[in-house]
Design a protein around this ligand. Structure first.
Ligand code: PLP
Length: 457
């Protein structure tokens, strides 16, 4: 039995899949400060025009430029692995496959879009990129991409992760990027938050405000901002994961997948594995598709589908998405990459139309799953990815109870070798479950999304 299924380099997918062409319902546009749909020009100070066009594209298949394929070949196609040791441990009749995105130089799926975005920016004449990072994965991915393309990179890292994961900064600096803790004193948005909450752990929403501000206030016009998740073009770039997985499953003789699982922060690694299978579902296939989020930041399972800003300072347009409110600061769980108040509009639309079945899981079950995974499959995975593994274990045990031979595919979004502080705390019994209370949820929604427009279905 094959435990790893590879593709040759010449079998790499040559087009990305754009689910905007196939989702049911209307594409709700982003809204500007006046409540009207924003035009491409309004985004021009923030993103290069070639990516703005991609963001708005309704074309189903988009060619991957040769220049980007050359960068992706450095670590792609990524392996598809069969988790037989986990299957044996669980004594489940389920067949569990996972796409191993930990093999990229930065250790996660994020370089898939980082190299694409840096390449498009460079084509457009941009010399420097600014960005935010949660757990540090995205800052590393963009620093790496900028290193390959000889561009400058400045990263605002969420304070709590900056303190918990100091080696992430070292990685960014090794590739030539700069990394500072957010909120910082370098931007008006950062200074504002620090004045109000001097001890804040920070959040992705705050860091995004700072990074956008740093890009648009550069008077040379050669700096743009880059976002590692949420936006349509990011989801698009990540579909290479699911497209490769389809070819690999076919090689392994698997005709039908029953369940597709990914952890969801802003939605990109989940969309990457899930969207090509969502197309099959739209065309009638019976597939269960599960985005998994932390119970402390339950955007898809408990948030409303509403227009909201992507960041706390409202620098970004309002996006149609599930949201817990743009100034929501989730509990400081270790899965920093899943601590985001919003969700990709494309994932949100798919969820709103019932194509996906979101699940929220608490921190301790996720760490237990990560420990089981390390002891069976061997890999020490990112705390974000542990959400996908916890859901996979639930589904595999369900299959065992029902005596059904289900095929489960999940995305292993990254390794956890930079996240060992969280593992140590878990083993010492120092980690807690954090679940958002109804009162906190009501308060955040009342404060920051009440009265906002509701996207059409
Ligand atoms: C950033 C990150 C995530 C969450 O981001 P998505 O856009 O939801 O994929 C998940 N896993 C890992 C390893 C990450 O680095």
């Amino acid at each position: 039995m094959a435990v790893k299924i590879f593709l040759n380099e010449d079998e790499i997918p040559r087009q990305w899949y754009n689910i905007a062409a196939d989702l049911p319902g209307t594409m709700n546009p982003p809204l500007g400060p006046d409540g009207k749909p924003i035009s491409p020009d309004m985004l021009a100070p923030v993103f290069p025009m070639n990516l703005i066009e991609q963001e708005m594209s309704q074309e189903r298949w988009i060619d991957i430029p040769e220049g980007i394929l050359d960068l992706l070949y450095r670590w792609r196609p990524s392996p598809l692995r069969r988790a037989i040791y986990l299957e044996q441990y669980l004594q489940t009749p389920a067949k569990i496959f996972y796409k191993d995105e930990s093999v990229s130089p930065a250790g996660s799926h994020k370089p898939n879009t980082a190299v694409a975005q840096a390449w498009y920016n460079k084509e457009f004449g941009i010399k420097k990129l600014t960005t935010e990072t949660g757990a540090g994965q995205w800052g590393c991915a963009l620093s790496y991409a900028c290193c390959l393309l000889k561009m400058e990179c400045k990263v605002f890292m969420v304070r709590i992760s900056f303190d918990q994961k100091p080696f992430r900064k070292s990685m960014m600096e090794t590739w030539g990027g700069t990394c500072i803790a957010s909120p910082s004193n370098e931007t008006a948005a950062g200074r504002d938050i620090l004045a109000k909450y001097p001890d804040t752990p920070g959040s992705l929403g705050i860091a995004i405000s700072e990074a956008v501000e740093a890009a648009v206030t550069d008077t040379t016009g050669q700096t743009r901002y880059s976002l590692g998740s949420v936006l349509n073009h990011v989801m698009l770039h990540q579909t290479i994961i699911g497209l490769e997985a389809k070819k690999q499953l076919a090689k392994a003789g698997i005709k039908k997948v029953d369940t597709v699982i990914g952890c969801a922060g802003g939605g990109s690694n989940f969309a990457g594995i899930a969207f090509p299978f969502t197309l099959d579902k739209i065309n009638g296939a019976d597939i269960e598709i599960i985005p998994v989020e932390p119970a402390s930041c339950p955007t898809l399972t408990r948030g409303p589908y509403i227009y909201d800003h992507g960041d706390v300072a409202k620098m970004t347009p309002m996006l149609p998405m599930y949201s817990l409110g743009h100034d929501f600061i989730p509990a400081p769980i270790h899965a920093g990459g899943l601590r985001y108040h919003g969700m990709s509009p494309l994932v949100s639309q798919a969820v709103a139309h019932g194509l996906m079945a979101p699940m929220a899981i608490k921190q301790l079950e996720c760490y237990e799953a990560a420990m089981t995974f390390a002891k069976t499959e061997g890999m020490i995975i990112a705390p974000e990815s542990s959400h996908a593994v916890a859901a996979t274990i639930r589904k595999a045990l369900e299959a065992k109870a029902e005596r059904k031979e289900r095929v489960i595919l999940f995305n292993l979004s990254g390794h956890g070798l930079m996240d060992l502080a969280g593992y140590s705390k878990f083993m010492k019994g120092e980690l807690k479950n954090a679940e958002l209370s109804q009162k906190e949820l009501d308060e955040t929604l009342e404060r920051s999304v009440k009265g906002n427009p509701v996207p059409a279905l």
